[in-house]
Design a protein around this ligand. Sequence first.
Ligand code: ZN
Length: 292
Amino acid sequence: MTRIVAALTTVALATAALTACAPASGVQGGRSAASPTPAPTPTPVPTELRPGTNHSYAADAYAHSAAEVHAWLVDGDRAPHYPEQRVAFLTFDDGPSSTTTPKDLDILKAEGVPATFFYITGDKALAKVDPAVPRRAMAEGHAVCVHSRSHNYHELYPGRRADAEHIVADHDRAIADLRGVFGDGYAAGCYRYPGGHMSWRGMAPADAALADRGVHWIDWNTMTGDAEPAQRAPHTAGQAARMVPAGLAAAGDPRVAVVLMHDAEGMTLSTDALRTVIHDLRDKGYTFGVIA
Ligand SMILES: [Zn+2]
């Protein structure tokens, strides 16, 4: 929990400082008796959603926008603000689920590592899961992005070509679903296309329509391979864990890692590999961030 605890402490100290200042200015500011006393500013709880974002107040310390992380993946150290130190973004698609997600959250909590969850908000995932699961992810310092409402390739990409109108309508319904869970303050600048942006044709109009909403898509540069076709898929957790450093090596050993995994119902390979994935990245000097 080191990073999350440190962030929580920072927020707690900052809010303590604000609280300490408030009465002093009221007493010493020479207000006349007729001046209305300003209402005290409520102290934000570090674990609650920071309105206008997809993460908690505490997670702000290690959150990076999807647009920025995307540029880091594509342009490497030619991109603005490319990190001096290694940073990894663990990402889970196709959840939440009642079975897999809580196990992943237990491991992430034990390791003190934040992750980014790309939710399917419709009947395939969020709609059938107890809202306590996504709310736990938020409270424990993770970020929640959109991975569509339907995850229906035929609707989103008829003939393998993006239907921009359908994609953004589906996206907007997903945001409404997430506001039902996290409150009206939930907003996300991050979107992962079902199947990945790299898999489809004619993406520019959909990309532009999302950008009009302040949303940027993000793919990945390495994976555990847990959703790969059978001929490429790993058979054991050890094989899945080894695919992550192998993918980074193939990408030229970048300082930014975006790791694709899945936490859909019944998908256990990445859960079983997760500790090894985290330890390997940490051994290579990576710290962990979330995508906003
Ligand atoms: Zn997916």
